[in-house]
Design a binder for this molecule. Structure first.
Ligand SMILES: Nc1nc2c(c(=O)[nH]1)N[C@H]1C(S)=C(S)[C@@H](COP(=O)(O)OP(=O)(O)OC[C@H]3O[C@@H](n4cnc5c(=O)[nH]c(N)nc54)[C@H](O)[C@@H]3O)O[C@H]1N2
Ligand SMILES: Nc1nc2c(c(=O)[nH]1)N[C@H]1C(S)=C(S)[C@@H](COP(=O)(O)OP(=O)(O)OC[C@H]3O[C@@H](n4cnc5c(=O)[nH]c(N)nc54)[C@H](O)[C@@H]3O)O[C@H]1N2
Ligand code: SF4
Ligand SMILES: [Mo]
Length: 647
């Protein structure tokens, strides 16, 4: 028996240190590793099931399509043949239609530097089209940029000693179990936890105070809090004077948010808003954790802007946590090759279905992502991928819905089968993630494939062909506080260096409550509450404990095709528990099973995200390709739907 130190590379806040227990050449168990100060020896239901997922539903060999699309009839081929096909189709696309007709679609299925970033070198070298990576958190990053410069903030360890942790639109009990555990620990020294969420999420249920604004009304709520901070003298005037600009303008705006108006817009009783302000004023230090979830709405970026202004008034440097990925000194541009080469064009990831459907691409390479369940506008996307003039390659660890639309499927090893380095977007602890077992079947590391393909294409550029570990060494040269790349290779745990918390990369070098960058871009310099009223139900959809997006269905079965609605709404619709309902809007319809639940307010429905309906239609058929003004992010939590009983 061997215990191999690895790191969970999934798109998850926690980036756990894990131990793979290897017996007889197979991974028999995956355990939490107690050497991490943040993730401390326990795993979630997903990490603990990785040894099962490793051996199920795997793509083990290259496969070329034989049957029609969509479908799963493929012929196994050799890597040699696969490389011939890819290089031929790629060269043909570039010759006939230019490198802008080649598109790579990828996200964070595995966040390893060698898996997620390094292989981009080839695409950037070729100058293919890239997406803008807007599907998840970009709008919030750009929102914070308006007021703070880079978006980094508090680090998870600070939660344990916080007197107040506010989880704002962030269901951490499910989406970040280790951050949540640290927050729970703060209770031992008198810390309090508040959750702000329209529905009673797992996090709300376990918090000391649950504040429930209407979906999309967080700007009003934040102004309501600011109003009381000012009225009750909780604003740290010395800090505001020294570190911020635009306080007068913010004050004038906040004065417009008297308690009655805040209550009218948010639905939150006036005394609760005041209580939240008092908690903020009296309990320091506090950390405000802003969720990616809340941010994925038509008013998401505005909400992030507004909430992030609160800590500045309390006199805390960057007293929020959103994502620290842009605060580390890891040279991602060097790893991905963006330092040397640029995509010929950058297209909206959220809106890419429209472009594919219009026939803008001749060659599409999908990897590290399962867009056929996770991107919006599924009907359009599917129609686009069925076009005769596009060749689709899917490079995957597992057979997915996206493979059903592929012409060629390539086998990738999971993190348990390769060495890599994973950088977390919350905490700063890094160690080498070691291969536990050899790659299964003929699965091949992404960077090796990149080199082979470059060879087939006759590319000889020395920078492109640089050894991946030497690239990582350079990219991490100044990254650590307490060691260097050599230490990392020896298995040491290192801590990432973060930029100073009191450094603000704004034009004034201060926290710009009134954002000059926004003003220049024609965006209102202060956060603005838009009218979010409308007909039908607001569809909220969020992460559930057993799945990372569409992963782990191999272990836990399909994501439950359910919808939760308030019992009053259920009664009005004549819908009882377990009834089949059609959930629909202008974009599509999905068949789901209904569950009345008091955890969901009237006028709102909730589903697990990225599910497949009972009729096979993806939930994401219900979402448009429209994007947020700031950062181009998706609108998954502000789309309206209607519900009727299925006949
Ligand atoms: N188990 C699990 N964990 C995950 C993931 C996973 O798939 N599974 N995915 C990871 C990834 S990629 C991401 S992006 C994160 C997402 O993690 P979170 O940021 O926690 O996002 P969600 O789970 O989408 O939703 C958070 C909460 O926002 C609430 N919300 C929706 N609209 C509003 C609003 O207008 N105002 C307020 N105040 N709240 C609102 C929802 O009701 C929900 O409870 O999770 C990461 N962690
Ligand atoms: N309705 C709705 N849709 C959403 C969201 C929402 O809140 N609501 N949230 C959005 C958000 S925040 C996100 S982050 C996206 C996530 O969208 P995706 O990234 O598409 O989500 P996953 O299902 O995790 O897909 C990752 C894929 O990468 C594969 N993979 C894992 N490891 C490796 C590897 O080492 N190599 C290779 N080649 N492949 C690997 C997995 O098998 C999996 O199929 O979904 C978005 N879609
Ligand atoms: S999915 Fe997240 S919580 Fe679960 S093991 Fe991986 S990093 Fe840890
Ligand atoms: Mo995400």
């Amino acid at each position: 028996m061997r215990l191999v130190p690895t790191v969970c590379p999934r798109d998850c806040y926690d980036t756990c240190f894990l131990l793979a227990e290897v017996r007889g050449g197979r991974v028999a168990r995956v355990l939490g590793d107690s050497t991490s100060r943040v993730t401390r020896g326990f795993t979630c239901a997903r990490g603990a099931a990785d040894h099962l997922r490793l051996y199920r539903n795997r793509v083990l060999y290259p496969h070329l399509r034989e049957g029609r699309k969509p479908g799963m009839r493929f012929r196994r081929i050799s890597w040699d043949e696969a490389l011939d096909v890819v290089s031929e189709k790629l060269s043909e696309a570039i010759e006939e239609r230019g490198s802008g007709a080649v598109l790579h679609i990828d996200y964070a299925g595995n966040m390893g530097l060698l898996t997620q970033y390094f292989p981009l070198r080839l695409w950037n070298f070729i100058g293919s089209a890239s997406t803008d990576y807007s599907i998840c958190s970009n709008s919030g990053h750009e929102a914070l940029a308006l007021h703070y410069g880079l978006s980094y903030g508090a680090e998870p360890e600070e939660l344990a000693g916080a007197k107040l942790a506010v989880f704002w639109g962030f269901n951490a009990a499910v989406s970040a179990p280790h951050l949540w555990a640290l927050a729970l620990e703060s209770r031992r020294s008198g810390g309090l936890i508040v959750a702000v969420d329209p529905r009673r999420s797992e996090t709300c249920a376990r918090s000391d105070l649950w504040v429930a604004p209407r979906p999309g009304s967080d700007v009003a709520l934040a102004y309501g809090v600011i109003y009381w901070l000012v009225k009750e003298g909780f604003v740290d005037e010395g800090f505001v004077e020294k570190w911020t600009v635009g306080y007068d303008r913010l004050l004038r705006e906040a004065e417009k948010w008297a308690p009655e108006r805040v209550q009218r817009v948010t639905g939150v009783p006036g005394d609760v808003v005041r209580k939240l302000a008092r908690l903020y004023g009296e309990r320091k230090p506090s950390v405000t954790l802003i969720g990616f979830g809340m941010q994925k709405s038509v008013v998401g970026a505005e909400a992030v802007r507004a909430v992030a202004l609160i800590p500045a008034l309390l006199g805390i440097h960057r007293g929020f946590y959103y994502s620290n990925s842009r605060g580390w000194l890891v040279d991602l541009e060097y790893i991905s090759g963006l330092r040397f080469w640029k995509p010929s064009r950058i297209v909206s990831q959220v809106g890419v279905a429209d472009l594919i459907d219009r026939g803008e691409f001749a060659f599409i390479f999908v990897y590290n992502m399962n867009p056929l369940l996770t991107l919006p506008a599924q009907e359009v996307l599917r129609r686009g991928l069925l076009r005769k003039d596009v060749f689709v390659v899917v490079y995957e660890t597992h057979w997915t819905e996206t493979a059903e639309y592929a012409d060629l499927v390539l086998p990738a090893p999971t993190y348990l089968e390769k060495d890599d380095v994973v950088v977390s977007y919350s905490h700063g602890y890094v160690r080498l993630s070691k291969r536990a077992v050899e790659p299964l079947g003929e699965s091949l590391e992404e960077y090796k494939f990149m080199f082979l393909l470059a060879g087939r294409l006759g590319i000889k550029d020395r920078r492109l062909l640089e050894d991946p570990w030497s690239v990582l060494e350079k990219a991490l040269e100044n990254a650590f506080v307490d060691g260097d790349f050599g230490d990392l290779l020896k298995g040491k745990v290192l801590k990432l260096r973060s930029r100073s918390r009191s450094e603000y990369q704004t034009p004034s070098g201060k926290i710009e409550l009134w954002s000059s960058v926004a003003e220049e871009r024609g965006i209102y310099p202060l956060p603005q509450q838009a009218d979010v009223g409308g007909d039908g139900f607001v569809l909220l959809n969020s992460a559930t404990p057993k799945y990372t997006h569409t992963q782990f269905r191999e272990v836990y079965g399909e994501t439950p095709a359910v919808i939760h609605l308030n019992p009053m709404d259920a009664e009005k619709l004549g819908v009882g528990e377990g009834d089949l309902v059609v959930v629909y809007n202008d974009y599509g319809e999905v068949l789901l099973k209904a569950f009345p639940s008091v955890d969901v307010p009237e006028g709102v429905v909730w589903t697990p995200r990225q599910l497949k309906g009972l009729d096979g239609t993806p939930l994401n058929a219900l979402f448009p390709t429209s994007v947020q003004e700031i950062g181009g992010g998706p609108v998954f939590n502000s789309v309206r739907v209607w519900v009727r009983r299925a006949r």
